[in-house]
Design a protein around this ligand. Structure first.
Ligand code: 13P
Length: 258
């Protein structure tokens, strides 16, 4: 049994301009202690326009929070108006990139094939992907949740080396729990995260599945974080709304104290 250090990530989505972002990260850093960083890894994923500002704050104040992005394009460069490449993110010292978020899949029609190319591009630039998977409420009610998630994993991880898979992060985010205030029960979240780990075992072998970190995402709040995090196969949280305010996000990061 491998000890996996929890990773708590804040996905800000399209929120906070760079002034608000700087203030949020500084306030958050005042609330966290070295014990918090010893207990878990923390990342923030602001919009692209804030990355440079947040990088500067984290580095100049020596704040041990990892800088993350929410998305990237799979190509290195070229005529892709509005897009940002993984090489550009690496230069900003971005460490983690969310890929295949359900909002990207649903609103921007991202396919598993594109997700797979993005993961390869992220690894090429020495960053860690956070691959998001999860089912809709209809799929869950029809008993299709596992089939959907398995396909997302098999296609998303196609051709990626075992060691790389073992070093990445997978976020199980049931779509019906995102931004709805309805959290999966700890038992349901655990059973799907255990299933994700089982899929990783069949895709990349036992040792990759023991080290891969699996986050739960979907209406994580200070009040439910500790119970979710106590589940055997849950190694962290991908937090949306509750990661926008320093106080609430800090309380989630400090879930073990509550
Ligand atoms: P909420 O925490 O707002 O439900 O969002 C979850 C999410 O989509 C994180 O990526």
């Amino acid at each position: 049994m491998t000890d996996r250090k929890p990773l708590i990530s804040g996905n800000w989505k399209m929120n906070h301009n760079h002034f608000e972002a700087i203030q949020m990260v500084q306030t958050l850093s005042y609330q966290l202690s070295s014990d918090d960083y010893t207990a878990c890894d923390v990342s923030v994923h602001p919009p692209f326009t804030n990355l440079r500002s947040i990088q500067t704050v984290l580095e100049s104040d020596h704040i041990p929070i990892s800088l993350g992005a929410q998305h990237c394009h799979e190509e290195e460069k070229g005529a892709y108006t509005g897009e940002v490449s993984s090489g550009m993110l690496e230069k900003l010292n971005v460490k983690l990139v969310i890929v295949g978020h359900s909002e990207r899949r649903e609103i921007f029609n991202e396919s598993n094939e594109q997700v797979n190319s993005k993961i390869k591009a992220i690894f090429k630039h020495s960053m860690t992907p956070i691959l998001c998977v999860g089912e809709t409420i209809e799929e869950r009610e029809e008993g299709q949740a596992e089939i959907k998630v398995r396909a997302q994993l098999e296609e998303g991880l196609n051709g990626i080396g075992r060691e790389r898979i073992g070093g990445m992060v997978i976020a199980y985010e049931p779509i019906w729990a995102i931004g709805t205030g309805v959290t999966a029960t700890p038992e349901d979240a655990q059973s799907m995260c255990a299933y994700v780990r089982e899929c990783v075992t069949s895709i990349a072998g036992k040792s990759a599945s023991e080290t891969v970190r699996i986050q739960y995402g979907g209406s994580v709040k200070p009040i439910n974080a500790a119970e979710l995090m106590s589940q055997k196969d849950i190694d962290g949280a991908l937090v949306g709304g509750a990661a926008l305010e320093a106080d609430t996000f800090a309380r989630i990061i400090q879930y073990r104290l509550h």
